[in-house]
Unconditional design. Sequence first.
Length: 627
Amino acid sequence: MNDFDLSRKNFLKLAGIFGAGSALPACARKSFLTPMEEAAPPLGIETFSASVCSLCPAGCGVRVRLIDGLAVGVSGVLDHQVNQGTLCPKGSALLQELYHPDRLRFAQVRSGARAKGSWKNVPWEEALKLVAAKLRPGAFDAVTFSRLRDVGLESLTALGGRVLHFGFAPGEPPLDAHLAMNGGALSCDPAGARLVVSFGDDWLQTQSSHVETQRLWGRLRASIPRAQIVSVAPRFSVTAGKGDSWIPARPGTDGYVALAVARQLLKTGRHERGGRGLDALARAVEPFTFERAAELTGAPEQSLRVLAEKFASQRPAVALGSRCAPAWSQMAVHSLNALCGGLGAYFRASPQEARPAPDSSKLSSVVLIDRVNPVFTAPRAWRAALEKADFVVAVTPYMTETAEYADVVLPCRTPLEQLHASENTLLSGGTTVNFAERSVKPLYDTKDAGEIFLALGRGGDYGDYAKTKAAGWHKRLTSPPAGPVDYAPLASALKDASQPAPKDKDFPLELCVFTPLAFSRGEGAHLPYLQSLAGVQTSEQWETWAEIHPDTAKACGVEDGRKARILSPAGKIEVKARVLSSAMPGVVSVPFGLGHTSYGRWAKGVGANPMELAESFDGARVRMEPV
């Protein structure tokens, strides 16, 4: 067209181009609008490959479309037991993970101070020799992802160190309660429940298997009679918004709601019999009346009474919690499953899910960090711990905040480049075992995590890796129901049950940290597609926001859409204020996942990390002020 030929068709084309650019943050516009340096290659030979997504613990089957061996598209495997042809946003971002320009391409050794030094590329043989000399059996700690059960974990365990599982509390079931009251880790499938109540858990966003959770939601909504879904939480979350009712409760206090409900069930005799320690529990919960629970939680007393009646009359009822809460609170919530016939929805999970969590204050002097980023999740504690360590090695595809503290970084491959042999627990309680070959040739000089650990154990000999990847996979394919419940640990724990944080005139608000699906496990900010999906309820993206009630905002002098500062005794962050009538008064809700100081060009320097305010997801005292 000439300079003045602006037909409606051409105008809309131009509007689409420039509209797309203006919607992006400044940090991304330049690269987005820069013309390609080379023309796209002609269409070559099309093939397909099967793989497994490991960006979350679900283990979804992935169908990879390849052109001349290059991955160009992903979709779900129709007959895969986990995802049945669908993918969540993380699975859809697999190509961005594969082709990310800031992936580590070589093994590296640090020179200079931790988190401040420079890096030198070294041959694999040199890096492995250096690490192997430090990893003596029984003399090092290996920190890995608590629900990742693959050949890498089997190989890591075989090295002989103490294996510590770094879980992500919002996405984990209340494991402490399961271990104490049932003697083992449990998996839950509430598909047959008439009532599902989540306590402090936005389970539509945080469950470990997102696609299974969405199917579960559909089954609950289609059931006859339709299941009731209730959320007890400080934030009007995705689960609360899509459910039947929301009971607002101050951060970290939902356990008191569970105790008040349990007390009412026991006093009226409307509970399931059986289990050990029931009389002791009845005595222990006596002080937790509806009035007392309403005072502690800020929840309306009448709402608590209605909830107790639902638990009494709508059976089976399932109570869902997370590992964010202290052990007594986890057990209080889990006790409702036993009292109301919900234990039938629980099944024994893999024994590997019951492994110990790391205590950063008690780490060995030699630490191996496997594909986790604890310095981002708990900054102060883990910075201090790794500063004191004599030797740290990180296995990761990216330079993360934790890897910055390592002496040696060993780059591992992304899901489409690696061999897969993993066990995954289904919501139904069963187990699926995935085996898959590489979909694409590795792009860089990297190795599978399992290959790295086997090489460390054998001085660099990789020859038997293909044979070893299937070793140890004789796990059971079905799970028995959960065993009898023991209420005695809960009754004992209530003697020392923590109280909500006292009021503080200098820090009058309470902090609620939540995790969007895009950043589950605290990961995903390095991928532009996931950045664009962060705020599904507020349409926020590429920055950290804070949700606050209009009355609270007015008292703080904060305006909607303007920059604000959140301060705690431990630190401060800057956010974009979002004034919402759905927010709970006196509570500031901030998403977790942004605020990286490393992790690639699309994550570094974007947003703020609320864990700098307090290394707890609920209940820290803060104040908010305009910038």
